[in-house]
Design a protein around this ligand. Structure first.
Ligand code: ZN
Length: 143
């Protein structure tokens, strides 16, 4: 089940320049940076209320974010919904006719599991599901 909007993903050319906009013009403070090799991006997170902002800078020319920037320029890249069961959510979306970009969830920023729906099948919005449960937590032996 979807619980809330977890974050908005925003594609930027330069993490440093975008961070200074969010800090200086909006007065937010950066929660941290992280490189996500599975998606060839560097990310920086901000928090506004219950919603996070995920700034995304490509780390290579074949990164999906590099391709997005080429086509659309900087701007809103995806909307991420937190779910308690990412696999169930993917099955539901698939049954409803959505195109899944991943059949199995990937390791995303913050160690979360993450999977995307193609924007052509979601009325134009690249849609991410993310779940707090990390692979490590899933695999760890209960105390
Ligand atoms: Zn995201």
């Amino acid at each position: 089940m979807i619980k809330n909007i977890d974050h908005l993903g925003i594609a930027v050319r330069s993490l440093d320049e975008a961070i200074s906009y969010y800090e200086q013009a909006l007065g937010l403070s950066c929660n941290g940076r992280e490189e996500v090799p599975s998606q060839k991006v560097r990310t920086a997170f901000f928090t506004a209320g219950d919603v996070h902002l995920e700034l995304l800078e490509p780390t290579s020319a074949d990164s999906p974010i590099a391709k997005f920037l080429e086509k659309h320029g900087e701007g809103l890249h995806h909307v991420a919904f937190a779910t308690d069961d990412i696999t169930e959510q993917l099955q539901k979306a698939s049954k409803a006719g959505c195109r899944l970009l991943q059949e199995t969830p990937l390791e995303g920023a913050g160690g979360k599991l993450t999977a995307f729906l193609h924007p052509k099948s979601t009325h134009g919005v690249l849609t991410e599901f993310c779940s707090m449960k990390t692979r490590n937590e899933t695999e760890s032996i209960p105390k």
